[in-house]
Design a protein around this ligand. Structure first.
Ligand code: MV4
Length: 672
């Protein structure tokens, strides 16, 4: 086995690999960029070496620099994790040529699977089922149309060089074929510099089921069961689970054997994933093979009890697979939810910022073992614009799918993140969604359930407002305690601020901005006998608090006879309230500040939500726009984001043009 490995990655997967290395007594070398100088993976490894500036191209993608570090610090192997250099055949080859072991498949296997249409030809030869269609070299319009007519509509035209959903067109009838073909070829040429397409029968309600395979250098190859990753949003996986719901042993075996045939056809070694697209009747077809360990590998680990990174290292070191196909078993059900820093209310835009408060369910002792948390960040870290904005993966195991779901729900309820927008509320709704609970899974689930999963904001419940009021009162009590400690030996009756009034009821008004709506909350009475009045509803109110190390307040609240525990994190006017498993935000309105703001006059400046490149401008100076109109499109982190008019107005100025790089927060368009 290796003595030292270099981990050519960052974040949770770098930490994950380091954990297995430590278990096996292997020393680890981390590499890091400027943005990651203080990152968790850096402190997790034995040695950490800076490789460059924050952008991935200048750090985690610098294969030569990483190889040099590996040689200088005596690593025998390099684990690439996922993303970055993990599927780069040139890097795999360079490692081997430098006398280092690349923990992954041979460069030739990466290359064979990297070309999507060539891979399909190989798979057809190996007897792996493909979606009925044509993926040959003949690109004549009449010929392709004849192929489509023969398949029967709807058909799907895909860019041969494409992947990840780019360059696809659904065609409903023969009349529409030519126009769709022309448009698909144009996009394929523009995006991939290759206009070739393939034609397939279009599957209407597909599931994405993938098979984990493992091969060693002794000719053994096994399938380690399946994962269902159907719950996706714009080709980004959101929830993954194992085993796939409603998979019977016969189908599992058929898919497993097809996946092994796929791996053998390219002389595969190590961990790989064969993706299939599955029809409601159970027919399955090869889509592509990922020649790396996947983000969602923990669900396989949770149902099998295996450590897949350990298997990778053993195979890379030349050992045979630890178990044969007959010895492999699984039990129960595991579900993974990916927590992202993104704004679900604004087109799922990635959200950057500092994690001012971070509580992940790993701190909840009674759940240990059944809930796993993989995360590469700690409280105080930044979610930067440079890398994938994933904050953590929650993985819940249960004896049944229902139990795994219930535990996931609990784990999400115990997750508290302040500082960036997150998808935690969205995930909670998704896990609780009726069609998800019934395992009515296909790739259209999120879109179909959109209304339920992304409801318009509703007014906060009274107890949420109560939590925020309690946070203010608790904070004031802390300040008083502080003052008393420092200055007072005798009690000055004029400084007591407990709300006592001679012959009168104390009334104090709070105004909270709840989304767009100001909410009045009146506090009546005095300590020990208080009431809250909200929109003519009156509740008795009682609270106690304690301060957490993160600076957040842990509050016990009783409102109208119902007792609840809440966490509130305050920064300035902003109060983040976590109660009953949901995260809400309220802003304390300061009447004085409000007036000042109005006077200063709000100009309609539109700023870049994140650093990125302008790829389209839809308006011209002088144009009248309506609230909600898309004004321009930015590209950041491989995704496109429309910048939307927040109000009706006229475009006064456009500060950037197509192709320009902009930093976060800069003004893009002036509206009046
Ligand atoms: C399909 C399909 C339906 N019919 N092929 C999308 C990404 C690319 N790798 C393959 N994709 C699809 N191919 C046929 N013949 C539907 C999809 C598809 C999809 C596949 C897997 C997971 C999520 C998806 C989301 C939308 C579309």
């Amino acid at each position: 086995m290796f003595k030292t490995i270099l981990i050519a990655n960052r974040g949770e997967i770098a930490c994950r690999i380091a954990a297995t290395a430590r278990k096996l007594g292997i020393k680890t070398i981390a590499v890091f960029s400027d943005a990651d100088a203080q990152a968790k993976h850096v402190t997790y490894c034995d040695v950490a070496v800076r490789i460059g500036e924050s952008p991935a191209l200048q750090s985690y993608l610098k294969g030569d620099a990483i190889l040099a570090v590996a040689q200088q610090y005596g690593a025998q192997a390099i684990h690439p994790g996922y993303g970055f250099l993990s599927e780069n055949e040139g890097f795999a080859l360079a490692c081997t040529q430098a006398g280092l072991t690349f923990v992954g498949p041979p460069a030739a296997a990466i290359a064979a699977m990297g070309s999507k249409s060539a891979a399909k030809t190989l798979m057809a030869q190996a007897g792996v089922p493909l979606v009925p269609g044509y993926h040959g070299e003949n690109q004549e319009i009449a010929f392709l149309r004849q192929q489509a007519d023969a398949l029967g509509y709807p058909v799907l035209i895909k860019a041969s060089a494409g992947g990840g959903g780019k360059g696809m067109r659904v065609v409903e009838s023969s009349q529409d074929f030519e126009a769709a073909l022309a448009s698909c070829q144009r996009e394929a040429r523009a995006s991939f510099g290759d206009g070739r397409v393939l034609i397939e029968r279009y599957l209407q309600k597909p599931r994405h089921i993938e098979i984990q395979v493992f091969a060693d250098t002794h000719g053994n190859c096994v399938y380690v069961f399946e994962r269902d990753c159907s719950v996706q949003r714009r080709h980004q996986k959101v929830i993954e689970e194992a085993p796939a719901p409603n998979m019977d042993p016969k189908m599992r075996r058929a898919m497993g054997e097809a996946a092994v045939a796929a791996a053998k056809a390219v002389a595969y070694v190590g961990a790989g994933t064969v993706e299939f697209i599955v029809e409601p009747d159970g027919r399955f077809y090869f889509m592509e093979m990922n020649t790396r360990l996947q983000v969602e590998h923990p669900v396989t680990e949770m149902i099998t009890g295996l450590d897949l990174v350990e298997w990778q290292l053993r195979v890379a070191a030349g050992e045979p697979l630890p178990l044969s196909q007959e010895q492999l078993q699984f039990s129960g059900h595991a579900i993974e939810a990916r927590i992202y820093a993104e704004n679900t209310e604004n087109g799922f835009l990635p959200s950057v910022g500092r994690l001012r408060h971070l509580q992940l369910p790993e701190h909840v002792a009674f759940m240990n073992g059944d809930v796993r948390v993989d995360s590469g960040v700690r409280c105080g870290d930044d979610i930067s614009p440079f890398y994938d904005p994933m904050i953590a993966k929650l993985v819940a195991w249960g004896a049944t799918r229902e139990q795994a779901l219930a535990r996931m729900q609990q784990a999400l309820a115990e997750t508290q993140i302040v500082g960036v927008h997150t998808n935690v509320n969205f995930l909670s709704r998704l896990i609780a969604d009726a069609s998800f609970a019934l395992a009515d899974l296909d790739t259209g689930l999120i879109e179909r359930r959109r209304e339920k999963l992304l409801p318009p904001p509703t007014p906060s419940a009274d107890h949420v407002l109560g939590c925020a009021v309690a946070a203010v009162l608790f904070e004031e009590s802390l300040e008083r305690a502080c003052q008393t400690q420092y200055q007072q030996t005798t009690v000055d009756p004029w400084s007591i601020q407990d709300g006592w009034r001679l012959n009168g009821t104390y009334r104090r008004r709070f105004v909270w901005l709840d989304g767009q709506t100001p909410r009045q909350v009146d506090l009546l009475g005095r300590v020990g006998d208080q009431r809250l009045e909200i929109d003519a509803r009156s509740h008795d109110f009682c609270w106690s608090g304690q301060r957490l190390t993160s600076g957040a307040y842990l509050l016990e609240l009783r409102l109208g006879g119902v007792r609840r525990t809440a966490t509130v994190q305050r920064q300035g006017e902003r109060f983040d309230v976590f109660v009953e498993g949901m995260h809400m935000m309220l802003c304390l309105q300061d009447p004085l500040k409000q007036a000042l703001h109005k006077e200063a006059g709000q100009t309609g400046g539109l700023t870049a939500p994140m650093p990125g490149k302008i790829i389209a401008v839809h308006v011209i100076v002088g144009q009248t726009v309506r609230q909600g109109d898309a004004l321009l499109v930015m590209e950041a982190m491989k995704m496109e984001h429309a910048v939307i008019a927040p109000v009706d107005g006229v475009v006064k100025e456009i500060f950037y043009g197509v192709g320009e790089q902009v930093s976060e927060g800069v003004a893009l368009i002036g509206l009046t």
